[in-house]
Design a protein around this ligand. Structure first.
Ligand SMILES: [Zn+2]
Length: 190
C-alpha cells in the first residue's frame, strides 16, 4: 500500500471548470440513439424536432472534439462534454432542431449560453455567445437564429461550444452534425 493516485481537481480550480466537466454523469451510447432515429418510421418529421445538422450557416469546421482532452485553459485532462466549432465573433448561431428555450444566461464555464429542449428527450446547448437573441420560454424553429458566436466565458478564442443531451445524458454531437445529410442516403444503405 502507501501508493495512492489523486485524480481530483485542485480545490481552487473547481469553480472555474465547466459544470458538465465536474463529475462524470452517465453518457448514453450514441450508436443506440442513432439506431433508434434511423428505425423511427417518422424520422423525417423527427429530424426537424431533434438536434440534427450544423448550428451555424456554414461548412463544418471542428476545433475540439467531445471526449477527454487537455483543457486549453485549465491545463489538465478533463472530459469535454461537447464539441467546439470554429466561428468568428458576430456569426449567426442557429438551432439544429425546433424546440423550447429552457434556459439562457451567463456562466463562467459556458459564457453566454442558450439551452433548448427538443422532442424525444433531446437538449442542445450553445455556449460562448457574444449575443443572445431568444428568451426563456420562446419556441424556436429549426434553423432559427438564437444568437451570435463570441468568446464569452472561459475561452482561448471565439468559437461555438455545442453540447447535446438525450434523457439527461451527454452524447457525442459529432454524428448529429451530419444527420441531415445522412437522412438522404438512408434508403441506399444496409
Ligand atoms: Zn467546448
Amino acid at each position: 500500500m502507501g501508493y495512492t493516485q489523486d485524480f481530483s481537481i485542485p480545490e481552487e480550480d473547481i469553480s472555474a471548470i465547466d459544470y458538465w466537466e465536474q463529475t462524470l454523469t452517465p453518457i448514453a451510447d450514441v450508436n443506440d440513439v442513432l439506431k433508434n432515429i434511423y428505425n423511427n418510421p417518422f424520422k423525417e418529421q423527427m429530424l426537424n424536432n431533434i438536434p440534427a445538422g450544423y448550428p451555424m450557416k456554414k461548412a463544418i469546421e471542428i476545433n475540439s472534439f467531445y471526449g477527454f482532452r487537455n483543457h486549453p485553459v485549465h491545463r489538465m485532462t478533463i472530459f469535454h462534454r461537447g464539441i467546439d466549432l470554429r466561428g468568428k465573433i458576430g456569426e449567426s448561431a442557429v438551432t439544429t432542431g425546433s424546440g423550447e428555450i429552457i434556459d439562457t444566461g451567463f456562466r463562467k464555464d459556458l459564457g453566454n449560453f442558450v439551452k433548448i429542449r427538443h422532442c424525444y428527450g433531446f437538449e442542445s446547448i450553445y455556449g460562448h455567445l457574444s449575443e443572445i437573441s431568444v428568451k426563456k420560454g420562446n419556441y424556436v424553429k429549426k434553423g432559427q437564429i438564437i444568437g451570435k458566436v463570441g468568446a464569452t466565458g472561459i475561452v482561448t478564442g471565439p468559437h461555438l461550444h455545442y453540447t447535446l443531451k438525450k434523457n439527461n445524458q451527454y452524447i457525442d454531437p459529432f454524428d448529429f452534425l451530419f444527420l441531415n445529410f445522412q437522412e438522404q442516403n438512408l434508403s441506399s444503405g444496409n
